[in-house]
Design a protein around this ligand. Structure first.
Ligand SMILES: Nc1ncnc2c1ncn2[C@@H]1O[C@H](COP(=O)(O)OP(=O)(O)O)[C@@H](O)[C@H]1O
Ligand SMILES: [Mg+2]
Length: 398
């Protein structure tokens, strides 16, 4: 069935009401209390533990040949606190960040060594939970993001410039800005991301004794950025694949419909011959990239409504997601509201650059709120060539 289909109105399934999702990865109250967690934090801890059970380190060894080359770095409690403080300071004037600067400078040195030696200065950085992919989208002051958006849209022929294609170009441009070439850039993107802030808060709240967070550094693959239509989210429950959706569910990719059957076969073959046997998880949401001659696992997410359902809905398709039979949804025509996925500030930029719209603001995009970013570019210039024997000889300057 396709994205346009919907269940009959009189359809009811007794399982929708009755079936409760179970997983051995969901700790019982007692198991959590035995760890010394306060009773009021039991539910939050259960969620954090469940999410952490899907992080890359839990499946990387078994499936390393099918994913990006990856290194994992432990994040200390004080490093996490510093990232959180710096993130918040961008919304608040006059915060003294000297302590955080020192801590994050050392983190940048550690990361820089790995990014240089293991990844030849091109990598993707994330937490073991989520990535900072929101950072470029909301970094309205960034000339790099602005140039990337203009450059990506410029590649479209004038007759191709519609809301759908421009939104796809926007997605590619902002994702491309996630390529990281130094420890400083890594710390910079982490401290600008609301998603990183939210995830770290969830780890910090249980105190240092129970703190655990990891940074994940992955080989950068441009192929993934260039072909967003080839990313798919697959829902596996009780070790059975029940649903597949295009990952960027707001965009219409005309090339997908004729290839739907072929893609479904590839995904199912990969699932049957690789994932199913090599993963110890039984329930998960897996994002796959279908490359020309291989399939890559982008990430595993908990089987939980915290993982976006794409063209499905956790509320109305729960039975399909949990029990099948397999449905594969793609968007068959452009969505009228596709442009809603581009923030207003960037829409204004696109209009002024490409549509000569007279009633649009011709100025550069403004910032909504006072955001005093660290002048990282200046810091980067100061640091060039200064990584000597593992130490940065220059300080970050604010
Ligand atoms: N190593 C990589 N190289 C290039 N692009 C990547 C890489 N890893 C992820 N991406 C892109 O970034 C997006 C977000 O990465 P992902 O690991 O799924 O983080 P999140 O948990 O925040 O969704 C992916 O959907 C993919 O498009
Ligand atoms: Mg993802």
């Amino acid at each position: 069935m396709d994205g346009s289909s919907s269940p009959p109105l009189n359809y009811t399934s007794p399982r929708i009401q009755r079936e409760v999702f179970r997983s051995h990865l969901l700790l019982s109250d007692q198991e959590i209390l035995d760890l010394g967690i306060r009773p009021c934090d039991v539910e939050l801890y259960r969620r954090r533990h469940y999410q952490a059970s899907f992080s890359i380190n839990t499946w990387y060894d078994a499936l390393r040949e099918h994913t990006f080359r990856t290194e994992t770095v432990d994040l200390s409690f004080e490093e996490a606190q510093s990232i959180v403080t710096v993130f918040l300071s961008k919304r608040q004037a006059g915060v003294d960040l000297s302590k955080e600067r020192d801590i994050l400078q050392k983190l940048a040195v550690r990361l820089d060594w790995i990014i240089k030696n293991d990844f030849n200065r091109r990598c993707f950085i994330k937490l073991n939970t989520r990535s900072p992919k929101d950072a470029p989208i909301y970094d309205f002051n960034s000339q790099t993001v602005k140039k990337a958006i203009i450059s990506e849209i410029s590649r479209l022929e004038p007759q191709e410039r519609d809301d759908n294609n421009e939104t796809i170009a926007f997605v590619k441009a902002t994702n491309r800005c996630l390529v990281t070439s130094s420890g400083i850039e890594a710390v910079q993107v982490l401290t600008r991301s609301m998603r990183i802030y939210e995830d770290l808060i969830k780890c910090i709240q249980f105190g240092e004794k129970h703190f655990e967070a990891k940074l994940v550094i992955r080989e950068w693959l441009e192929e993934v950025i260039n072909k967003p239509e080839m990313e798919f989210r697959c829902f596996v429950c009780k070790n059975q694949m029940n649903a597949i959706t295009q990952y960027f569910s707001m965009c219409h990719f005309p090339d997908l419909a004729p290839r739907k059957e072929e893609i479904q076969k590839k995904i199912l073959h990969f699932f049957d011959t690789q994932l199913k046997n090599k993963l110890t998880h039984n329930n998960y949401v897996v994002d796959l990239f279908i490359g020309r001659d291989r399939i890559l696992i982008i990430e595993l997410n908990p089987f939980h409504n915290g993982a976006g359902a794409g063209l499905f809905s956790w509320a109305t398709d729960r039975d399909t997601l949990m029990n099948g039979p397999l449905e594969f949804k793609i968007l068959l025509q452009p969505a009228h509201n596709v442009r809603e996925h581009v923030p207003d500030q960037w829409q204004r930029l696109i209009s002024s650059e490409f549509h000569n719209s007279e009633d649009e603001d011709d100025e550069d995009p403004d910032i909504d709120e006072p955001v005093a970013y660290w002048p990282w570019t200046l810091a980067a210039v100061m640091v060039v060539g200064s990584v000597i024997t593992g130490r940065l000889t220059s300080r970050f300057e604010i």
